[in-house]
Write a protein that binds this ligand. Structure first.
Ligand code: MBD
Ligand code: FE
Length: 287
């Protein structure tokens, strides 16, 4: 076996093929491996540093936090920016802006008609009702559109990821009525913070970055013939509105809250005292 230079090694790694394989996977793998070879060389990464990074990646994978890191390093928002750019090039415009799904969506939440209660038992925060319609770009209602909604509990935890929560707690699917109307009751969620003492917080501590998201509520809105909308709304007044660790907040997605609204008309949601209300219409593009 002869001595290998770095370039010869890279060429060898990138040319070891015994089967046709996938051109796409090969091209991307070669690009990423050569970028890492160059990073190690240019930044003089030591063996200890390299193996510490491999160990961290292993712990990151088993902690289930890969989706948290992608959001925190901006990849999720990058994909949204690229989708927006592709839309602009194709002349697709209008409707509610998209915002990242994040790593905490769970499919199959309990389904109800027109309205739902996301919270159970004693109210934990301020009683909150969000209501509105699902519309097309011309303002026509989209009857029976399906809305998935999910948010964090008062401790910033999401069910299925945070210990002690019930399955699908603070997650529901709501089928809009025949005029595209929906509403739900819950409580005003707080912001989210990355779990301390975790692979993600290790990296963020080392970067000197915080791991906070402003208070938000996630939505996935589906209607026949329409483009599926993944988005979030933010609650006003949060310190991190302009400093989201996941870079996901956008103009047009910050709702206004009305406080002290009389509960008349909200009996079916068990509202019997002044509460906080917001109106928000989801506007979908054609598919
Ligand atoms: C969240 O709640 C979230 O919405 C994102 C994008 C990342 C981590 C936690
Ligand atoms: Fe979230």
């Amino acid at each position: 076996m002869s001595e290998l230079s770095q370039d010869q090694l890279l060429n060898l790694v990138n040319s070891k093929q015994i089967a046709p394989g996938s051109d796409r996977v090969r091209a991307l793998t070669q690009r990423i491996v050569s970028d890492l070879f160059h990073t190690i060389d240019e930044r003089d990464v030591t063996p200890d540093e390299f193996w510490a990074a491999v160990d961290w990646l292993g712990r990151l994978g088993s902690s289930g936090q890969l989706g948290l890191i992608t959001a925190g390093l901006g990849f999720d928002r990058l994909l949204d920016i690229r989708s927006d750019e592709a839309d602009a090039r194709a002349g697709r415009a209008g409707g509610t802006p998209r915002a990242i799904e994040g790593p905490l969506f769970v499919a199959g939440a309990p389904l109800s008609q027109a309205e739902a209660r996301l919270d159970e038992g004693e109210p934990q925060g301020e009683v909150f009702v969000m209501e509105g319609r699902v519309l097309d770009l011309d303002g026509r209602p989209l009857p029976h559109a399906l809305i998935d909604v999910w948010h964090a509990n008062v401790q910033g935890g999401y069910s299925h990821f945070f210990p002690g929560m019930k399955p699908y707690e603070l997650r529901r699917r709501i089928e809009a009525d025949d005029q595209g109307r929906y509403r739900f009751r819950s409580y005003v969620p707080p912001g989210y913070s990355i779990p301390p003492n975790s692979p993600t917080s290790e990296l963020f501590d080392a970067l000197g970055r915080h791991g906070h998201r402003p208070a938000h509520i996630h939505f996935l809105v589906v209607a026949p013939g329409m483009r599926t909308l993944t988005t979030q709304v933010n609650l006003p007044g949060d310190t991190y509105l302009d400093d989201d660790f996941a870079f996901a907040t956008r103009d047009g997605l910050i709702v206004e809250l009305e406080r002290g609204v009389a509960p008349a008309g909200y009996e079916s949601l068990g509202v019997n005292a002044p509460f906080v209300r917001t109106r928000f219409d989801f506007v979908l593009q054609p598919a």
